[in-house]
Write a protein that binds this ligand. Structure first.
Ligand code: MG
Length: 454
């Protein structure tokens, strides 16, 4: 893409609240979006202290551009995506996902509930900076409605897509850590509706996130791990701030990596549907391909980014997709990472297979990963990538995948060298059948970067 974006990142705009992200900023940006949509826009938000302030500003901007607004209240990002796909012309979610409490952000959706495409983001930026959003005359200003039934509908539809009787019979003991985020309004209710014995942690909404940091990484989930072990629970579940990602803790208290959860659900989806198209990014595990091969699936890999995966799933009428960070996408439900469907599906798998989660994870293909990063100036990135690709093509017979950065595929593993879109760094990530080989491959990737950067 030749035009450079001035505000938008990988999914919407994310900044510190009341610094860049003021009510004035949010209102004008929302009016610029409303100018493009000209219809009914659903608005929702997470539990952050700045969310209500920004929601009022976004609402004012949308109404001024002639859009009607439906306030959905506090709910997960996928809850808004679900509502938009079913009922509305667009949507705005106010959230900074897993970022610290001082941040917030605006995620803009298209009529399918997918994050808007690049060209629309550029149009909005053009209106925001160089033009004027439509400000309609007094008789055409939009109307404000409320819909507080969406959360129940969204949870109930996920419940209807799994075998509730089987889950109920398994009598599972579940601990859920909502991190005081938007999942407080869905996860405990969902798990109870599925007939499990549920214990909640950090399930009171609080924009200061007093219990833990909203990012569901292992170091932030120590309390959950402890409680799972103490209670002899079958599973622990954790969400990020806007409850689109899900992380599992097995019955022994082990943190389950996101690509394991992906592969576990992928296997089940392919078995149930007798195959189908799986979409993921070029940076996820070979295990996904192995499972697809075994169960009649076909994998399509996109560049890194959940929006790209969601859009590809729609285009290809895919069965299932996602990323390695616990963001799983069920395209017949929501075109985006969704936590309620993920939780329902995982509980169904544990119940129906009648095995502990640790055993189900052990049955999956095993690969070892290694990750490093290195600084590199933005203006050097292109040269470094071209040079590496050229060297590999002329001096080796390894296969190359240039979907996103440079991915080098060897017989016993792969390494990907990707420039960060937001920081002056390269990330180097590899996977192989032993930890030693994975580490060596990452070192090799790093040496290639060092060879061509100044
Ligand atoms: Mg999130």
């Amino acid at each position: 893409m030749s035009d450079k974006k001035r505000l938008f990142g990988t999914f919407g705009v994310r900044r510190t609240a009341n610094d860049v992200l003021t009510p004035e900023f949010a209102s004008r940006l929302a009016a610029s979006y409303g100018t493009q949509i000209k219809g009914t826009v659903a608005v929702g938000g997470d539990t952050r202290t700045s969310t209500l302030m920004l929601k009022q500003a976004v609402t004012a901007g949308l109404l001024s551009s002639g859009c009607d607004v439906v306030d959905l209240g506090v709910l997960p990002t996928p809850g808004v995506q679900y509502a938009v796909r079913k009922y509305y012309d667009g949507g705005v979610m106010i959230t900074a996902s897993h970022n610290p409490p001082q941040y917030n952000g605006l995620k803009f959706l298209d009529e399918d509930g997918i994050g808007i495409p690049d060209d629309m983001e550029l149009e909005i930026e053009k209106l925001y900076f160089d033009g004027e959003p439509d400000r309609v005359e007094f008789s055409k200003i939009g109307e404000l409605y409320h819909n507080d039934k969406i959360i129940d509908e969204y949870v109930d539809e996920a419940v209807s897509k799994v075998d509730v009787e089987a889950i109920r019979k398994a009598n599972l003991k579940v601990v859920v850590d909502c991190g005081s985020g938007a999942g407080c309004f869905t996860a405990p209710y969902l798990i109870r509706k599925l007939g499990c014995d549920v214990t909640t942690l950090n399930s009171q909404p609080d924009g200061f996130f007093p219990g833990r940091n909203p990012e569901p990484i292992e170091e932030n989930l120590q309390e959950l791990i402890h409680v799972v072990k103490e209670l002899n629970a079958d599973i622990g579940l954790a969400h990020d701030g806007d409850a689109d990602r899900t992380i599992c803790i097995d019955e022994k208290g082990n943190f389950v990596l996101g690509d394991k959860t992906f592969t576990l659900v992928e296997k089940q989806m392919l078995k149930e549907n007798d195959g189908g198209i799986i979409v993921t990014t070029v940076a996820t595990s070979q295990a996904i391909y192995d499972v697809a091969e075994e169960y009649n699936g076909e994998v399509i890999a996109t560049a890194v980014g959940d929006l790209l995966v969601a859009r590809k799933l729609k285009e290809e009428d895919g069965l299932f997709g996602g990323e390695e960070n616990g963001g799983l996408i069920f395209p017949d439900f929501v075109y985006g990472r969704d936590a309620v469907m993920t939780v329902a599906k995982i509980l169904e798998i544990v119940a129906k297979e009648n095995k502990p989660l640790s055993e189900l994870v052990d049955e999956l293909p095993v690969y070892y990963a290694s990750k490093m990063k290195i600084e590199c100036r933005d203006d050097e990135k292109e040269y470094v990538m071209t040079s590496i690709a050229e060297e590999i093509q002329t001096t080796t017979n390894f296969n190359l995948d240039l979907t996103d950065g440079v991915k080098i595929l060897k017989d016993d593993g792969w390494v990907i060298i990707r420039p960060s879109g937001t920081e002056p760094i390269f990330r180097c990530f590899s996977e192989s059948d032993s930890q030693k080989k994975a580490d060596e491959m990452t070192e090799w990737g790093m040496s290639l970067i060092k060879k061509y950067k100044k």
